[in-house]
Design a protein around this ligand. Sequence first.
Ligand code: NAX
Length: 327
Amino acid sequence: AHDPVTVTVTGAAGQIGYALLFRIASGAMLGPDVPVRLRLLEVPQAVRAAEGTALELTDCAFPLLAGLDVMDDPAKAFDGANIALLVGARPRGPGMERAELLSANAGIFSVQGRAINDGAAPDFRAVVVGNPANTNALIASAHAPDVPARRFTAMTRLDHNRAVAQLAAKAGAAVSEVRNVAIWGNHSASQYPDISHATVSGRAASSLVDQEWIEGQFIPRVSQRGAEVIAVRGGSSAASAANAAIEHMKLWIQGTPAGDWTSMAVPSDGSYGVPEGLFASVPVTAAGGDYAVVRDLDISDFSRSRIDASVAELAAERDAVRGLGLL
Ligand code: NAX
């Protein structure tokens, strides 16, 4: 039998947490043979609500749920953790300045980074979901110097899935026919959803749609989809975000399918002109529990300018955090 894997979820009482925890406990992330010990980390005022979620998790009698703890102490939450889904973050309140938002989140992710550094398991892996996700991953990693930076990632799989779904709908094809869509840069409105390498049923996507659709419809729709969901649903993306977080981890651990890749924000090694160390989304393949950035893709002038613009935003976020003395 497999040893239980310890999975720490922050923001456990939030709406993504509620959509995430039951699926992890059911085996959707790690597979049907892997028992899971769940650690739910919340701020003190939300611990009781997380305990309510824990009651329901218990009531599912999941055969794979080997442990369940709710806590507000990061040191305890990350002690021995194999996997962390860092969902909890400080949302931008009304009238909140950008600097306030960055500093509130730097406070959260620096503390969690240190706790991870001191206690996480040697095979530790993290995905940051809480926004600003890329920069939060950078901060957590910077405070965990003993953990390889590449074990910290930020989620752009939701953007990736949104892009796949939009392209499939436009081409009149099943989503399963779409391959090699990529998200570049920041998980923000500046992101670049790229179909220049994509295929639909084996045909180049660029031969099925025109540049006008790409620039006028596809890119804005994907990059503004979060706002569209808020406007229509009256709440931000939750189940789709939870689903993407599960897929992000599952693909990293179990590998990407042959002939396809996924998108993840990972610390740059300098490839594709992204300054080293910035957490930028790139296409990656995964195998044997590790991932690799897809190499040597041709980048058109259009793609180059879109990637550069989003990466410039990431550099500005990093500089702002540095300027506040938080990095
Ligand atoms: P909610 O406000 O419903 O839940 C967030 C939870 O995090 C709250 O329960 C809060 O108490 C908790 N929290 C705050 N600080 C914490 C800390 N220091 N330790 C532990 N828990 C803490 O937000 P939800 O809708 O669940 O969204 C969570 C985050 O995901 C937000 O930052 C949101 O912007 C981000 N998103 C990221 C997406 C992505 O694609 N990367 C898409 C969906 C989502 O918008």
